[in-house]
Every structure is written in C-alpha cells, then in structure tokens.
Design a protein around this ligand. Structure first.
Ligand code: SF4
Length: 573
C-alpha cells in the first residue's frame, strides 16, 4: 500500500502510516511513470490565482475594504447597528480598526460552538494606530476625551503601541474619526489584512545610544502607503517594526529594520523578514542587507509587494509572510525583492550588535540633550481615559509635551527637565502609573481576553492584575536582585500577548478542574525569549504536556515556579 506524500499532514500521521507500510520487496516491479499532477497552488496572485479561494478573499475582492468608510459615514452611523451588511460588519470594518466586541456573560466553553452573531455585541472595539507610539499633548487629550465621551472610559495600551477602546457605538464612529484626524491620529488599517501600526523605539530621537532616529521612515510609510488601495488587500495582516535600538520585539514581525553600523557606509538598518507568532510561530530572518534611512520606505514597499503578489491566499492559516519566507528561504526572497521589486541590488550588511543588557525604559533616564525621560507602568496595559487626561495635565505641569507608548504596554514621558523628574515620578504614582514598578508589574502583559474578545476562552486582564498583586505580596521578602521575568497571558491559542517568547507564557484554554469539570486555565510555556541581548539567541518557550494550571491556581503556580527558579539559578542567569 503506497501513500501519497501529501496525505501525511502531521508527524502523528506519518508515524501511524509508517507502522502500517509492509516491507518493500527487494526487486519491486517497475511502476509506470506518473503523469505529473498540476500543483494545486496556494492562491498566489503572481502565479495567476486571481479568483478568491475562500470567503475572506471573496470579501476583499468584491469591494476594497477601505471603501466601507463611506457606508459607515453615510448609512450605518445613521441607521444603526441593524443596518450593517454582515460582510462589512465581520469583514471590511476591520480595515478601519473596528471589531464587534464579545457579548458579556458568554463563558469560554461556548466560544467555539456559537456562531459569530451569537457571540457579538452591538458595541465595537476600536483600535487607534499610534505609529512609533508617539503622542503629543493634543493627541493624548483627544484620546482621553474620546474615551470618556464615547468608550465608557476605556483606553487600553496594547503591546503594539496602539490605543484600544471598547463600548463604541457605530453612531459615534464618524465623530470619533473627525476628532482623531483633527490631531493627526487615525484608525485606518489598524486591523485587517493590511499594513498595521508600525512599531518604533519609544525613545526614538532622544536616546543617548541611538545613531539614527527612524521616525522619518515611519512617517514616510504612513504618509505614502497607509490607506493606499495598492496595499490594502494583502493575504493577511502585515506587521512592521523600525527601530535603531533593540527595544521592540523585532523578530516577531513580518518585517523589521534594526539599527546597524556599516563599516564603510555608516549607520543604517539591517533587514529582517518573516516573523510571526500565533500558531506555527516563526522568527524573522536576516536578509543580510544594509538599508540607509532614506531607502527604508522603498524597501518596505518592495517587501509588502512580494507579500501581496506571492503570499499564500488559499488557506488563511498559511497566509502570513512567514510561510512564504520559510518555503523560499532568504536567498530567493532577497533575489525576488531585488530583481522584481526594486530593480537594483541591495548592499550586503553586517549583523547588528545586541546590547549587553536588555533595554528597559521604565524609571528615570537621561536623554542625549541632557533632559530626562521617565518610563512608567500601568498594570497589564489597562488605563482609562480619565487617567490619560490626568496624565496630560501632569506631563504639561512638568514641562513636557510628549508621551510615547511602548510595545510592552507601558508609557514614557519625554523631555523632562532633570530637576522635575523626581516630582514627576511621584505625580505619576498618584495617578496609578508606577515608574519604579516591581518586577512582576514590569514584566507582565495580557491580551484583551474574554472581557471583550470573541475568540477568547479565558479572562486575562483581571487575572493578570490579580497575579501581579499576589506576586508582589507573596514574594515581597525575596531577594530578586536583578531578575527580569516576563509573564505573558493570552486568552486563547492566538499569540496577541506573545506567549511563546516570554519567560513564562500562559496560553488560555479550558483545563480539568479539581472536581473533574472543565474550567478556565492556562497551558504554560517556559523559557521563551527574543534575541534582545548579546549572547542570547531567540527561542520559543517549551510547552510540556503536563504544564497546565487552572486560572484559580495561577498565582500559586507562578509563585512555586519563581521560587524554584530563584533557588536554582546560576550566576548571571
Ligand atoms: Fe483575543 Fe486570543 Fe488575541 Fe487574546 S490572544 S486578544 S483572546 S484573539
């Protein structure tokens, strides 16, 4: 019995089949040559597959998702939720940062069995893209005002430097856009199969160790390409990071530019492609090229073009750029980029130097102009509009006009006169933002979770807050020295909180409770991390079969884990 190779989908399948295959005769009879079968194809446009092969592709082809804005402004905002076409509601709305939020009270056990319309509320999550995480005072005040007026005082800081509102009504969306756009903010392509917010160093332009401020490249990409229909129908989402410093999770992005000094050409950027977590996590790989600041936007557009034209569109779970990069390899990827998209060769470049210690912006630090920046942590990125309004007042009173969001759900105040930084730390503490947080508060992130997310199986934000409080209390007497422990909580198997690259990654799922019933819990991934420090390579956390905990027992579980680690850790670990 011979099995066609494509039937072997998984390692388990392969093992099963191998055990069934009879021993091959020593001189098997010659088999007739097979007519080669036509490759089924991955739905790549560049290879002629222009007809949509799944409903998501159909929605995008039928009408470019950016066009839905006109219907929101002219129809849906006037006629209300019931008037919204389901294909717009669950498809194209995302291109404007809008998702329906989860109906309150639906437990995680029903996530997989209910239809989308049964799970969703008539309210929306609305994501505001804050490219590079950069906000001035007028923007901060506008974000806060919208939160209080239209979003029940919600304004979470996400781990992609966005602001995320909840409880938004469709009727209010045009007015929210008007106010955001009046101060230079937008929700354009904040979600959807398109170029999402561009991550940047939160200290771009002020850091002592920075050789080039990448902000002009981020601005150019946003100005030229965000909202451009040429790049608004990609196979799936496309994530970007551009930073001189190693202070963004660059390897988890579809494309990343990381600062590097070229021995002959000076400072520029090293190009990485094909990173992404979620299921089948992969880390971005270096193309080995050096890109000067002025060419970053052009090279970025070339890579997005490859993704648009060659990206896999047949199966949604294979539609991220990482699968194409894995199949092609970096040599072919670079060749196609140079020949078909740029029409020129790129310069070879060296690998960037990684810092000796992880870069952490919390606390008080010197800027290169002699002023200070102060980094402060909310808990798991949860802040309110009221808190942001207070923050704007505090920032202004301390002589600053700029705030930055970080990709770790924290924020920074820039340009603080040195003599005011101590007072600023105290004032921030007064509004619930801690510049000298415990290692638990510093290192814990949580995704949106069951409170609002329709895909969630478990609660995350409240669990994360409780976990931080319990660890602070129980481990208060421990000598933690310089320990840095990241704890990332996800509400489902997706990887919005980057569970695979945390020291302790917690992936939400149902687990068996003490009485045998299914309850909220987490699968534990241990020892993951990105390449943020010299001598350390990136790797995904190990997930062992027995490593699970109920949500209820989570604080005790993590406490035991940490005590075990502290007792056994070696010098410098
Ligand atoms: Fe929702 Fe899952 Fe992402 Fe959390 S990880 S925000 S639960 S999709």
């Amino acid at each position: 019995m011979w099995y066609p190779t494509e039937a072997l989908q998984t390692t388990e399948d392969a093992a099963m089949v191998v055990s069934e295959i009879p021993a091959r005769p020593e001189n098997p009879p010659a088999r007739p040559a097979r007519t080669p079968r036509r490759a089924r194809g991955e739905g790549q446009w560049a290879l002629g597959h222009r007809e949509p092969l799944n409903p998501n592709e159909r929605i995008k082809k039928d009408d470019n998702p950016l066009n839905v804005r006109e219907r929101i402004e002219n129809i849906y905002a006037h006629q209300g939720f019931a008037s919204i076409d389901p294909q717009d509601l669950r498809g194209r709305f995302r291109w404007w940062g809008l998702y329906t939020q989860r109906k309150a009270g639906i437990d995680g056990g029903r996530t997989a069995v209910l239809e989308p319309h049964e799970l969703e509320d008539e309210f929306f999550m609305l994501r505001v893209r804050v490219d590079g995480g950069q906000l001035d005072l007028a923007q901060l005040r506008t974000v806060a005002e919208i939160s209080r007026e239209f979003a029940r005082d919600t304004a979470d800081i996400t781990n992609r430097q966005n602001i995320q509102y909840h409880w938004v009504r469709i009727e209010d969306v045009p007015e929210i856009w008007r106010r955001l756009e009046a101060v230079g903010l937008q929700t354009t392509e904040a979600c959807g199969d398109c170029p999402r917010v561009v991550l940047g160093s939160p200290v771009a332009g002020v850091a002592e160790a920075e050789r080039i401020d990448a902000s002009p490249a981020i601005d150019e990409i946003v100005q030229r390409y965000i909202g451009d229909q040429e790049f608004s129908n990609l196979p799936r989402k496309f994530k970007t990071s551009i930073s001189w410093l190693v202070d963004t999770p660059y390897e988890a992005n579809d494309i990343a530019f990381l600062g590097v000094d070229h021995p002959e050409h000076g400072p520029g950027f090293d190009l990485w492609v094909g990173g992404g977590l979620s299921t089948n996590p992969m880390l971005a790989q270096r193309l080995g090229v050096w890109v000067p600041l002025a060419e970053v936007a052009e090279v970025w557009a070339g890579v997005v073009g490859i993704f648009r034209d060659y990206g896999y569109r047949r199966l949604r779970h294979r539609a991220r750029l990482k699968f194409l990069v894995a199949d092609w390899g970096v040599v072919k990827f670079r060749e196609v980029l140079e020949k078909e998209y740029l029409g020129r060769t790129l310069l070879d470049g060296p690998a960037p130097d990684l810092p000796e210690k992880p870069i952490d912006h919390l606390g008080v630090h010197a800027q290169r102009d002699g002023r200070h920046y102060v980094g402060a942590a909310p808990v798991v990125g949860r802040v309110s509009g009221s808190q942001l309004a207070q923050l704007a007042d505090v920032v202004e009173a301390h002589g600053s006009g700029r705030v930055r969001l970080t990709p770790y759900q924290n924020l920074l105040v820039l340009d603080v006169p040195p003599e005011r930084s101590k007072s600023l730390v105290t004032a921030l503490r007064g509004i619930g933002l801690e510049a000298r947080p415990s290692i638990w508060r510093r290192g814990t992130m949580a995704c949106t979770g069951i409170e609002y997310c329709k895909l969630a199986i478990v609660e995350t934000k409240a669990r994360g807050e409780e976990l931080v409080a319990r660890l602070e209390e129980r481990l208060a007497g421990e000598d933690l020295k310089d320990a840095q422990i990241s704890i990332h909580l996800n509400g489902c198997p997706n990887a919005c909180a980057r569970t695979q690259v945390a020291d302790i990654g917690l992936k939400g799922q149902l687990v068996t409770g003490p009485d045998g019933r299914q309850v909220e819990g987490f699968q534990v991934h241990l020892g993951g991390g990105l390449g943020m420090v010299a001598g350390q390579t990136a790797g995904f956390g190990r997930k062992l079969r027995g490593l699970k905990t109920t949500a209820e027992e989570l604080p005790e579980y993590v406490e035991r884990l940490v005590r075990h680690y502290l007792a056994g850790r070696t010098e410098g670990e």
